[in-house]
Design a protein around this ligand. Structure first.
Ligand code: SF4
Ligand code: SF4
Ligand code: FES
Length: 261
């Protein structure tokens, strides 16, 4: 039987509330146990080596989204990451883009709330609310597609892995684009394509995305983000197709050679 490894954790430490501290990396060592996850390792470190270490966990089963962090340069859910799948030295850093609370803990909630307000992520309907009305029916296929988008656990991995979100605060990010598509697909949402165009079609929306698909690669729930982006691009182009055709035909007329009178 092979000997248990000694794992070296290089952990980002910083408390933004304490002006006397500076960001730095702290090393911790521990023996690897069978079936060790980063959740268990971080708890071991906090309980035995440094009680001040900050990190977030709630469900421990890839459901709540709170334990996302950068592990050896890649955004992942720490609760479902086994040390056996990693090298001896494991570097842990907080997700970028989100506000740092301390060490490995970030405030994803504020970012997701801001994004939801920006894209108005709720059903827009002019129908008066009738609590006694029977539930509206929906095609199974459509309900399944909407459910796919709803599987997002708001962990922030896709946002942290997105080069555009890293450089632009106003970009709604892959999770925002996914949320927009969810409401655009929903027949109960009465927003017209033209209204969506204002929200989605600028650099802050789908046309800001450079399409390298890091978001889909790192999504722990394997959401089909590539399909979501393609759907949004198609919808936006089609919603403006009549205007585009009108402009093209006007330009053609202007540039057509004049017939001598
Ligand atoms: S495909 Fe678009 S949204 Fe996804 S990571 Fe790349 S730039 Fe960001
Ligand atoms: S789309 Fe995936 S990676 Fe992005 S927040 Fe949702 S679950 Fe996390
Ligand atoms: S602790 Fe909930 S997703 Fe990891």
């Amino acid at each position: 039987m092979s000997e248990a490894r000694t794992l070296v954790f290089e952990i980002f430490r910083y408390n933004p509330q304490d002006p006397d501290t500076a960001p730095h990396i702290q090393r911790f060592e521990m023996r690897e146990e069978p079936h060790l996850t980063l959740y268990l390792a971080l708890n071991y470190i906090r309980e035995n080596l440094d009680p001040s270490l900050q990190f977030d966990f709630a469900c421990r089963s890839a459901v709540c989204g709170s334990c996302a962090m950068i592990v050896n340069g890649r955004p992942v859910l720490a609760c479902r990451t086994r040390t056996a799948d990693l090298a001896n030295t494991i570097r842990l850093q907080p997700l970028p883009v989100f506000e740092l609370i301390g060490d490995l803990s970030v405030d994803t909630g504020r970012w997701f709330r801001g994004m939801a307000e920006k894209v108005e992520a709720w059903i827009h309907s002019n129908e008066p609310f009738d609590p006694s009305a029977p539930e509206e029916r929906m095609e199974d296929e459509l309900a399944r597609t909407i459910y796919e988008s709803e599987r997002c656990i708001e962990c922030g991995c896709c946002v942290a892995g997105c080069g555009v979100a890293l450089t632009r605060d106003d970009f709604v990010g892959p999770a925002g684009l996914n949320r927009i598509a969810r409401f655009m697909l929903d027949p109960r949402d009465q927003r017209e394509d033209a209204e969506w165009f204002e929200v989605v079609s600028s650099d802050e929306g789908v046309f800001g995305c450079i399409g390298l698909m890091a978001c889909q690669d790192v999504c722990p729930k394997e959401l089909p983000l590539l399909e979501v982006h393609a759907y949004l691009r198609r919808k936006m182009l089609l919603s403006k197709a009549p205007d585009l055709l009108k402009n093209i035909s006007a330009r053609r007329k202007e540039s057509a050679p004049k017939t001598p009178s």
